[in-house]
Design a protein around this ligand. Structure first.
Ligand code: DOR
Ligand code: ZN
Length: 356
């Protein structure tokens, strides 16, 4: 059988992205705008993007950083804190620019110290979100130091997510960057849909969790550029994620969680969590889907299911990939310094041909 040489899909969106702020925006916005039409922008800045006013100001800074002629559209999120007023949800909804609220359990990851310390404190906010149809995006890891770092996602589902789902049955939820077979199963078991027929529970999946197991972090030595949170898991979990992503199930869609940290902050005694994948995101996802002979399923995962979940129109443009080997750069300029992308120095089988 002759191999597919080009793959043209509806232009994709990134449903989980870290753009950072300040000088970094010129680089991060250019990387993402080259591939994606829209992106859900994470609010874990310092200070966090906790109000609608802050989200609107951040949105302006992102728009100002777009390359000339780019129509890239940032979809803003709010950072949930113990003191978020329920009335903020109405303001967020009315702005038309805020599309979701992000729950970071306090201490779970980068810039999460303003996150939620006790879910009971934010129940009035969940109530308002359920009423307004505002999605809750969850970093699903417990922070209990007694729980093994590799078990934190599965334990979060048991201890917290089941209860949130039970107490707010009509709340739209995205379990972000899932990493385990347990998370994929949990999402599959939830069949409920909203009034518009969209799923009430979905999950994003990163390219790095589809391509790498935890072995990649320890191949011949410690490899800080493969360290992210939730941390990479065993091979059998990676296989479960590939099943989910390539299975044609509308509850699983693309979210890169591209999260750049300057090289010096990764290559350190206490390196930051995060993998940079935005500059070659679709190339990585194509490589993963091809492992399953499922390139024909990439378009729905990357370009349809996320928009459908958020009740936004699908994009009209296209993106083309071609089967031409591409070397991932060893490093890229970033905010006056440099950053090492995921898979630096490796050859990927697909490269971006064009995006319109
Ligand atoms: O690896 C990660 N990096 N996981 C997160 O949850 C946050 C992110 C970041 O902002 O660097
Ligand atoms: Zn993230």
């Amino acid at each position: 059988m002759s191999q597919l040489q080009t793959l043209t899909i509806t232009r994709p969106d990134d449903w989980h992205l870290h753009l950072r702020d300040g000088d970094a925006l010129t680089d991060t916005v250019a990387w993402t705008a080259a591939q994606f039409s829209r992106a859900i922008v994470m609010p874990n800045l310092r200070p966090p993007v906790a109000s609608t006013a802050q989200a609107l100001a951040y949105r302006e800074r992102i728009l100002a950083a777009r390359p000339a002629g780019s129509a890239f559209e940032p979809l803003m999120t709010l950072y949930l804190t113990d003191t978020t007023p329920p009335a903020e949800i109405e303001r967020a909804r009315a702005s038309g620019a805020v599309h979701a609220v992000k729950l970071y359990p306090s201490g779970a990851t980068t810039n999460s110290d303003s996150g939620v310390t006790d879910l009971a404190r934010v129940y009035p906010v969940f109530e308002a979100m359920q009423q307004q149809g505002m999605p809750l995006l969850i970093h699903g890891e417990v922070t209990d130091p007694e729980v093994d770092v590799f078990d934190r996602e599965a334990v979060f589902i048991e201890r917290h997510l089941l209860r949130i789902r039970r107490d707010f049955p009509a709340l739209k939820i995205v379990l972000e960057h899932i990493t385990t077979a347990q998370a994929a199963s949990f999402v599959r078991e939830q069949a409920a849909v909203d009034a518009r027929g969209a799923p009430l529970l979905a999950a994003t999946i990163t390219a790095h969790h589809l391509l790498y197991s935890r072995n990649a972090m320890f191949a011949g030595g410690v490899r800080p550029h493969y360290y992210c949170l939730p941390v990479l898991k065993r091979e059998r979990h990676r296989q479960a994620l590939l099943d989910a992503a390539t299975g044609g199930d509308a509850r699983f869609f693309l979210g890169t969680d591209s999260a750049p940290h300057a090289r010096a902050l990764k290559e350190a005694a206490c390196g930051c969590a995060g993998c940079l994948t935005a500059p070659h995101a679709l190339e990585l996802y194509a490589q993963a889907f091809e492992q399953r002979g499922a390139l024909h399923r990439l378009e729905a995962f990357a370009s349809h299911f996320g928009a459908d979940f958020y009740c936004l129109p699908r994009n009209t443009g296209t993106l083309a990939l071609e089967r031409v080997p591409m070397a991932v750069p060893e490093c890229l300029p970033y905010a006056g310094g440099d950053v090492v992308p995921l898979g630096a120095g490796q050859i990927l089988p697909w490269r971006l041909a064009s995006a319109f």
